[in-house]
Design a protein around this ligand. Structure first.
Ligand code: GAR
Length: 207
């Protein structure tokens, strides 16, 4: 059984999609051993506690500097020793030492079609604002392995979503979640948990 730790910063609708997929039997062979947030007010924490999943808060604000936070965050994940770390709307940069320890065992959901609308400054609603500003007609979501770059690791899955002329960032965000994120993330976890993903020469192959 895959032991997964899920990191969240806010609403936790992707965490909910993971839990719903486990209930529905479409995400198999997986146990959520902990939910970790940088934000003590994250709704995701109460979603986890409601299910009896240990919910922890580790915030950069509680440490003297970034280095101290990175050390503590890495130490906590190493202590938990998950098989997979899932960034489900986690808006904190992952410490490089954690990436090194969990090579190809950290996955992230990004609300755009990488390599568009990603990298520094592209997170959450901001992504959808930029999409609308640029006037692209198609956007979507991407699940990828996390490497030392920002949104640069091997891509596991993508799904396109239509942009409508009347969209606001909030409306578009909701459509991208419903039509792409909440489907892609649990499916990628199921693929990982059942040994269907291999990284070969920096690209993901399904086996
Ligand atoms: C999601 O749209 C996720 O793709 C995005 O934050 C939102 C979190 O929503 N993540 C990023 O922007 C990462 N770069 P949620 O808390 O309701 O799952």
């Amino acid at each position: 059984m895959l032991r997964a730790a899920v990191c969240v910063s806010g609403g936790g609708t992707n965490l909910q999609a993971i839990l719903d997929a486990m209930d529905a039997g479409t995400l198999t062979n997986t146990e959520i051993i902990a939910v970790i947030s940088n934000n003590p007010g994250a709704k995701a924490l109460s979603r986890a506690r409601g299910r009896g999943i240990p919910a922890l808060v580790l915030s950069p604000k509680d440490y003297p500097d970034r280095e101290a936070f990175d050390e503590a965050f890495t130490a906590k994940l190493c202590e938990l020793a998950p098989d997979l770390i899932v960034l489900a709307g986690f808006l904190v940069k992952i410490p490089p030492q954690l990436v090194a320890r969990f090579s190809n065992r950290i996955i992230n959901i990004h609300p755009a079609l990488i390599p568009s609308f990603c990298g520094v400054g592209y997170y959450g609603l901001k992504v959808h604002e930029k999409v609308l500003e640029r006037g692209v007609k198609l956007t979507g979501a991407t699940v990828h392995f996390v490497n030392e770059g920002m949104d640069e690791g091997p891509i596991i899955a993508q799904k396109a979503v239509q942009v409508e002329e009347t969209d606001t960032p909030e409306i578009l965000q909701r459509r991208v979640m419903e039509q792409a994120e909440w489907i892609l993330l649990p499916r990628a976890m199921d693929d990982f948990a059942n040994g269907r993903l291999r990284v070969v020469d920096g690209r993901v192959r399904r086996v």
